[in-house]
Every structure is written in structure tokens, then in C-alpha cells.
Write a protein that binds this ligand. Sequence first.
Ligand code: COA
Length: 177
Amino acid sequence: MNVDYKALPDIRGEDEKLWIRPARDEDIEFMINLRNDPYIKERFVYRKDFTLMSQKNWMDNMVYTGKVIQYIVFYDDKKMGCTYYLPVEDREDEVELGIYLDPNYVGKQIGRKLTHLFCDLARDLGFNAVIARVIETNPASYRMLMAAGFNEESTFTQISEPSGKELNMKMMRFPLR
Ligand SMILES: CC(C)(COP(=O)(O)OP(=O)(O)OC[C@H]1O[C@@H](n2cnc3c(N)ncnc32)[C@H](O)[C@@H]1OP(=O)(O)O)[C@@H](O)C(=O)NCCC(=O)NCCS
């Protein structure tokens, strides 16, 4: 993936309360605090704490260089989440969705609206599919993706960091064309 970070648009959905804009330095502390929240951390494979240094490096080396697309989510003008696309190994035409919302907002169908909105961006940027990996014990994420139109493609296992625990995962796919 190689996008022009400066050209990425702010995006509004049909739900006028929901909008997103590209992440920038002023969001670093917000992203670290949210991603390190235990509710969120235990729903990801990678569970090491994010630090100021790691997130700053991520922004400089991955986001501003266009290797990753990272957006901040607003609802009712409150900063309440983060969503991003990672490159997919050996598939230049696909991106992998990542998303985490403030736990106070979970279960209000914001996730599925946001997923729709963000998948439209991937289509506009010329990608052919969005994929997502979900831990089997994360029904909220699975239900959100199914409601947004993703298909379940396969199951596999992945090793969580830093515990080394084996997690059962589902591979989900949303074809864009
Ligand atoms: C996953 C996440 C983005 C979903 O956003 P959301 O706004 O809660 O999603 P939605 O409300 O659109 O859909 C969630 C569905 O799961 C249900 N749900 C929520 N928590 C649940 C739980 N603990 N157990 C079972 N179902 C749950 C909701 O009721 C809703 O169901 P519905 O289809 O009947 O409406 C959000 O929950 C989140 O940020 N979780 C923590 C981080 C995370 O898991 N990220 C994804 C990693 S792959």
C-alpha cells in the first residue's frame, strides 16, 4: 500500500453524528490510552502496551508515509475510536481492517456504520477487497462485520503476544467489486 496521506479526505456517513478524519500527532495520546484499555487489548492478538515512542514511530514510519491508513472516529463530536487499514502480505489489491471504539459506545451499531463508511474509502482508493481477522471469542466484532456485509472465509490459529497463547481466529472478507 502506498497512499498519499495528505490527500486522504474527512468522511461523513448517513448518520450525521458519525464522521472520521485522518489521524495526526495530536491524536497519539488518545490512541495509546484507548488501545491500552483492557477491554480493547484482550480483543486483539497483539496485547503488548502501546507507548508514546511506539505510536510516534508508527505515525512517522507507517501512517505519514502512506503504508497504513489510520483514521480517528468522532460521534456527537466526541473523539471515540480509531479505525485503520493495514497492508496484506502478497496482496497489493487488498487491505486489512482494524477498529477499536471507546467501550462506552459498544453495541450501539456505530461499528457497522463505520465499517460501511470506511470500506467505501477502500473502494474509492481502488482496492478490491477488505479482510478482517477476528478472535472467535469476540462476538461483537464478528456480528458487526457480518452486519456490514463481510463473509466468513476460513478459520485458523494465531499466537498472541506476549503470552504465546494460541487463539482460534476467523478470516472475514468483504469484496468491493
Ligand atoms: C468490535 C467493535 C468495533 C464493534 O463496534 P460496535 O459499535 O459495538 O458494533 P455494532 O453495535 O455495530 O455490532 C455489535 C453487535 O455485537 C453485539 N455485542 C456487543 N457486545 C457483545 C458481547 N459482549 N457479546 C455478544 N454480542 C455483543 C451487539 O449487541 C451488536 O449486535 P446486534 O447485531 O444484535 O446489533 C467494538 O465493539 C469494539 O471496539 N470492540 C473492542 C475492540 C475490538 O474488538 N476490535 C475488533 C478487533 S478485530
